[in-house]
Design a protein around this ligand. Structure first.
Ligand code: BGC
Ligand code: BGC
Length: 619
């Protein structure tokens, strides 16, 4: 593999390495979380990076305040003795999703259903422009997970269960983040995650929360969830995420490794290690996979960043061993995220004690600087402020809306009830989710767990329907479905509660009692029943589907609810196809060779609805 940098730039890095003190090198290897960073510490300690975790926004949460915050950190880094520009990182996993006003695209599971690399490339570009507008140049995306157990709370972060599709879409996204070149002014460094086999962990193997349901974890104590922690744990939270992948090496190589190979060929310079283990050994301590396979065999020349507080899990109670093992295994930068001074002192002591070699430190810093130089940060540590006008702009929302339209998968359509006829005398719309922007965006939206209601500007499905249906007055919205009127067609919109990571692990995947009660009410009042499901994964609906005339899997579409309405009303065709098998029963939610499906991967009806009218613009 050719080196990403010119001879001249490589010489610059070697010169810097020759001049830097051990403390400065360790500073580059340190990533702190922005709420923990004390004023002056970026310069004093020469921190290499600062991040915003999920929901890590400034107050007020505006694009301008984001830019000011990030710019402040960058300025401080330039004022440090070495003056190496800081690289700020965020999780822009479906648009710049922590920022109020940004365009929120469908989560990856929806993009997988589009099977459209060109679209995903444009989403990557739009995301990069909005990220760069806030002076951020590093995005912890794309996730190239291959979720095997749909009960996993991160299933929606994966494009598909098909490694070839995941590789194609990930490469397209990476090309979008890159734009015209890594050194172009609006390129954003992708973090391909989580290396490796994060999607193969087995139910019951997660150790994040102990068996008594007690979390000793600072992070989880901070997380805000719609439901209480206790109730979530009873439903299966933290059973799969961060667990152990018991698969054999052949499976690891044929299913989970290919997207990394493809991403490296596309020139990525950052990979994030997975919290999970492979055959009992945590990835953050997995020297053969991080160093021999990733950096050796696959020729990866960029740097490996740890996941959030992940090294702390290697040897609970023995932080020095955590640090030494992770760095020796091949972790180059540590997402600490809280007590960065402790990390710095500890790594220094490990080097001085000879448990981590100076050569390993130089290698780590060389890799980090390679990415910084490749991004052109030394010549241009800040982006152009004029980019701010692009955050949430109509052009980006149009791309998101296209993605929404293409992500919808029509799985049942008795008597062609869809698209909805414009001549219907009335349409009943039921379900609070029909008018809930937070629910349609899901987790990783404004906050880590996501939320309900108008958390950021956008259009709900109901608003879209009122616009697209031709006769807005004929759209009757009854959130709880209780009505005494009779309707030719009822549209029920159901949604999972928003969640992220292990908080979304579930023992079973089913509709809630509240969903079932709503469906029963709507069924009674309507001749035809159309169900739209907003979810991060397939739910087991085998018993209910016979009662429905039409069923649309809409995933987590994001801020552009118009896109859903356009397709329901026939302004655009259904073209989405499942990126995952849809399980038949609870016994089939974790994929095995004998799993049975209600629908197979690739399923999706594409009714030809005669003439397709032109799209009406969003006002
Ligand atoms: C942060 C997330 C992070 C998580 C780690 C949360 O408090 O907001 O960004 O992913 O902790 O599990
Ligand atoms: C998640 C990562 C994320 C990081 C920073 C972790 O909890 O696993 O996917 O990039 O937090 O927010």
């Amino acid at each position: 593999m050719t080196h990403p940098l010119s001879e001249e730039n490589r010489a610059l890095i070697e010169r810097l390495l020759g001049e830097m003190t051990l403390g400065e090198k360790i500073g580059q290897m340190t990533q702190a979380e922005k709420n923990s960073v004390r004023r002056g510490d970026v310069a004093r300690l020469g921190l290499g990076s600062v991040l915003s975790g999920g929901g890590g926004s400034p107050k007020p949460n505006t694009p301008e305040a984001w830019r000011e915050m990030v710019t402040g950190f960058i300025r401080e880094s330039l004022a440090s003795p070495v003056g190496i520009p800081l690289l700020y990182g965020v999780d822009a996993v479906h648009g710049h999703n922590n920022v109020v006003g940004a365009t929120i695209f469908p989560h990856n599971i929806g993009l997988g259903a589009t099977r459209d690399p060109d679209l995903v490339r444009r989403i990557g570009r739009a995301t990069a422009l909005e990220v760069a507008a806030t002076n951020v140049r590093w995005d912890f995306a794309p996730a190239v997970s291959l979720p095997q157990d749909l009960r996993w709370g991160r299933t929606y972060e994966g494009y598909s269960q098909d490694p070839a599709l995941v590789s194609d879409l990930a490469v397209a996204y990476i090309e979008g983040l890159r734009g015209e070149g890594w050194d172009s002014p609006t390129s954003v460094l992708p973090s391909v995650k989580h290396y490796v086999a994060d999607g193969a962990t087995a139910f019951g193997t997660s150790t994040r929360v102990n068996r008594l349901g007690v979390t000793l974890d600072h992070t989880l104590a901070l997380a805000r969830t719609g439901e209480g922690m206790r109730s979530l744990l009873n439903q299966g939270a933290w059973q799969i995420d961060q667990g152990d992948s018991p698969i054999d090496e052949a499976t690891l190589r044929s299913v989970h490794l290919p997207p990394y190979r493809a991403a490296i060929e596309a020139g990525v310079l950052n990979v994030m290690a997975s919290y999970s283990s492979w055959q009992g050994l945590k990835m953050h301590a997995h020297r053969s996979l991080l160093t021999d396979v990733l950096k050796g065999e696959l020729g990866f020349q960029g740097f490996v960043v740890s996941d959030w507080e992940a090294i702390d899990q290697l040897h609970p109670g023995d932080y020095a061993s955590c640090v030494a093992d992770a760095v020796n295994a091949g972790v180059d930068m540590v997402m600490v995220p809280f007590d960065y001074e402790r990390f710095i002192h500890t790594l220094r002591a490990e080097v001085e004690a000879g448990r981590v070699s100076g050569a390993r430190i130089d290698d780590a810093v060389r890799r980090i600087l390679t990415a910084k130089v490749a991004l052109g940060l030394f010549e241009r540590p800040s982006t152009d402020e004029a980019l701010l006008s692009l955050v949430g702009c109509p052009e980006h929302r149009a791309v998101a809306r296209e993605a929404v339209r293409k992500s919808l998968v029509l799985l049942k359509n008795e008597g062609n009830v869809l698209p909805l006829s414009p001549d219907l005398p009335a349409l009943l719309v039921a379900g609070e989710a029909a008018d809930d922007l937070g629910a349609q965006c899901g987790g990783w939206t404004i906050t880590w767990m996501g939320g309900h209601g108008p958390t950021t500007p956008g259009t709900t499905i109901l608003e879209g329907l009122r616009r697209q249906f031709g006769h807005p007055a004929r759209v009757h919205y009854v959130p709880n479905g209780e009505t005494s009127s009779r309707y030719p067609v009822g549209l029920a919109v159901l949604a999972e509660e928003p969640y992220a990571e292990g908080m979304g692990d579930r023992r079973e995947l089913r509709l809630s009692p509240k969903h079932l009660a709503l469906l029963a009410r709507v069924r009674q009042q309507c001749d035809r029943l159309v169900v739209v499901l907003l979810s991060g994964r397939p739910l087991v609906i085998t018993e209910q589907v016979p009662d429905w005339d039409a069923f649309v899997a809409a995933w987590l579409p994001g801020t552009e609810g118009d896109g859903v309405a356009e397709v329901l009303c026939g302004a655009a065709p259904f073209t989405g196809r499942l990126g995952f098998d849809w399980p038949l029963s609870q016994a089939d939610v974790a994929r095995t060779a004998t799993s049975q499906n209600l629908w197979k991967i690739g399923a999706g009806l594409t009714p030809v609805s005669g003439e397709i009218p032109p799209l009406s613009p969003t006002p």
